[in-house]
Design a protein around this ligand. Sequence first.
Ligand SMILES: Cc1ncc(C[n+]2csc(CCOP(=O)(O)OP(=O)(O)O)c2C)c(N)n1
Ligand SMILES: [Mg+2]
Length: 897
Amino acid sequence: MKNIAPHDAAALEAVETREWLESLDYVLRQGDRGRVLRLLDALRTRARQVGFKEPFSSNTPYINTISEHEQVSYPGDREIERRIKSLVRWNAAAMVVRANRESDGIGGHISTFASSATLYEVGFNHFFRGKDKGADADVVYFQGHATPGMYARAFLEGRLSEEHVRNFRRELRAGGGLSSYPHPWLMPDFWEFPTVSMGLGPLMAIYQARYMRYLENRGLKPVSDQKVWAFLGDGETDEPESLGAISLAAREKLDNLIFVINCNLQRLDGPVRGNGQIVQELEAVFRGAGWNVIKVLWGSAWDSLLARDQEGLLVKRMGEVVDGEYQRYVVEDGAYLRKHFWGTDPRLLEMVRHLSDAELKKMTVGGHDPLKVYNAYLAATQHRGAPTVILARTIKGYGLGEAGEGKNITHQQKKMNEADLRHFRDRFGVPISDDRIAEAPFYKPDDKSVEIEYMKARRQVLGGSIPRRVVVAPPLKAAMPDVFEEFFKGADGRKASTTMVFVKMLSKLLRDKELGKLVVPIVPDEARTFGMESLFRAVGIYSSIGQLYEPVDKETLLYYKEAKDGQILEEGITEAGSMSSFIAAGSAYATYGVNTIPFFIYYSMFGFQRVGDFIWAAADMRVRGFLLGGTAGRTTLAGEGLQHQDGNSHTIALTVPTCRAYDPAYAYELAVIVREGIRRMYAQGEQEFYYITVMNEQYEMPSMPEGAEDGIMKGLYKLRASTGGGTAAGGGKAPRAQLIGSGAILNEVVKAQELLSKYGVAADVWSATSYNELYRDAHRTERWNRLNPTKPMRDAYVTQCLAKTPGVVVAASDYLKSQPEMIARFVGRPMVTLGTDGFGRSEDRASLRRFFEVDARSVAAAALAALVREKQIDADVVAKAFKELEIDPEKADPTRV
Ligand SMILES: Cc1ncc(C[n+]2csc(CCOP(=O)(O)OP(=O)(O)O)c2C)c(N)n1
Ligand SMILES: [Mg+2]
């Protein structure tokens, strides 16, 4: 082409391109799609052969994935559905506007739902199956900030009263209100899944879809056509959790999973990718991971233009505009669009010459076109072999006009003045008169109206209203004592760690006739750390495709056995993923009516402080089960150092109201807690879960003292009474001490009792299995006393135990001093607290305990120091003892180094 003038070259290229495209069209018209793929493949191969390096791209053009001619027609009545949607829109907006008029600053969101109304309405009218569908009922994660839309629909369906919607975000009002976001704890008959902490919903949804398969493969629920729908924001995808497990979903071929990403191109502050295209970015990521990606970018009005776009100029233009610019088009008029979008090429301008500015402005994006959305959902539900993500372009604050449509402030918009309301009403044709419009009244047509009858009829066909949370799982029979019996007896001098004891207990539970099949062991690549490898062979590791290889250790007894009906969820190195499995399993009693009992064991340091927000969501969801913080204790886990040694988790566990946290020392304590836990949660129906720290230090497991069970559950019991000690220096009665220990530090405290007897001190030893439980009981009691000042005072449990005991009180644990500190006010006298505040170190146990001052000698020294201040013991006895116990007053403070 060297000798051809540039404009001729361009013309020639245009002709050439057209010829190629016409050839493609010809093949397409023959209807053989396979042939098209083979042709493209052949072209690519030839290009490579002649040395052409095709740049990598996992993107497709910036147009709808489903073309016009692939669409099926809409099955519903578009006009009635539009009217219903308008009513939902109106009431959702009114709910937020009214709430903020009544109570300025109460908050709420209009613009999220305004952008996603069509995405939801198409689902409600045609896809989401309700609980009456039984095993086929869908599981839907609603976008947290879209709740006003869900409430508005429930109001129209007659599930919520006008009083309810008037009390949006006013939950403490008489008659009840509505929670800001989806919270099953607050609305247990309505919400199922908390999603508002962004990123948690998508990750939980992936593991939910996987758990659904797990239950089916293990025969615990019927094989069904159930789907998991997860609605999320495009800004939300910046949370690492949102995209963090998408490869798992593809690997597991979770075609029961559909993500719908509401791509309104905006987040809270501004555009998600002003200088790029979030849709294309997400498409590449999801396609790369193996998902079926369906882009819904353009509404039907664009179809005829695209059909005429022979040279691909329009597609090219669509693909080069950045999101910040697209956002601008939302707030500008048709003339602006003509100039800035179409005006970049005279041929583009020509394409729309027949359209007025108003018509140009009206052509909307795909997520607001029910036909496009319907076809995307249909394709998603029919897709096999991979999960689907629908990337639906929408407009944030759609319909708000001047009040915020497409504007950067729109996320926070909670107020609409009379003009805004009038505009909104007119735009959606809501029948509210001018004289009432200013008060933003709710609007619900008569139950016999076409709209209400239609929406109810659709929901009836689809299995009833959603969201709806129901609990149908029957309680289990009272838990079986024989599984736990052996742990109540001592181990005849054999040493064990609480982790080993737990694994033994779990193995027995797995073999139990009643409970065995319901137990779900979950582990994030840490089974060998905890000595659980024997379970691999015994119950198998779950794999949806079984085991396609001969494991390297096949010859051994404990080989790595993967099986389709395997019971262990070996999650790989993902505490967040494991936690999501725990949540799915621990809430299966509500989601599927199956009482599965999850035991999730992990490195305790990587639990509460790493995935604490998931644990919080689990509590919100009324999850049941056992979290086991393994290799726990700041000084009990030797060698691992600062990042691994956990002295924190019990403190964080206290913040979760339904979490009962225990730090047991002995096998029988652990057995009592697990047995009681199962009984309370699964037989008695308590909505709580358990956090238990287990350690890897091996020591002798004593047998259970008579009648200790109650104290173990309440958090404190007397383990060893003093043996009398010696006599005091002056020959009087022996000075006394109460020593409290927990977890592995309990043994140090027992040793301290012996040390103290050498100095004539008679000490009793208590085992504190849970400071958190003691604290909660003490505050419940204190509150009762406060509210009943004229009635006889009640004593907290810890007060009953300790207030009347003689001597100084010293408590030591492997956690922050704030743990024992929590009961200090309730023991009736000053209390010395020892703990492991500060950073851990790589060291052996003995050195660590010395360093943190929780070893036996430090405990004994603390008691002596307290006694000398109380003048119970002579100063020279203490001086001598300090020397013998090697207590250095100049030692560095472990909390500061
Ligand atoms: C973990 C977390 N961080 C921050 C927030 C606060 N927040 C609420 S909505 C929002 C923006 C949401 O944008 P997007 O996900 O795009 O949703 P849209 O409303 O645009 O549909 C933010 C930052 C939150 N809810 N959760
Ligand atoms: Mg957004």
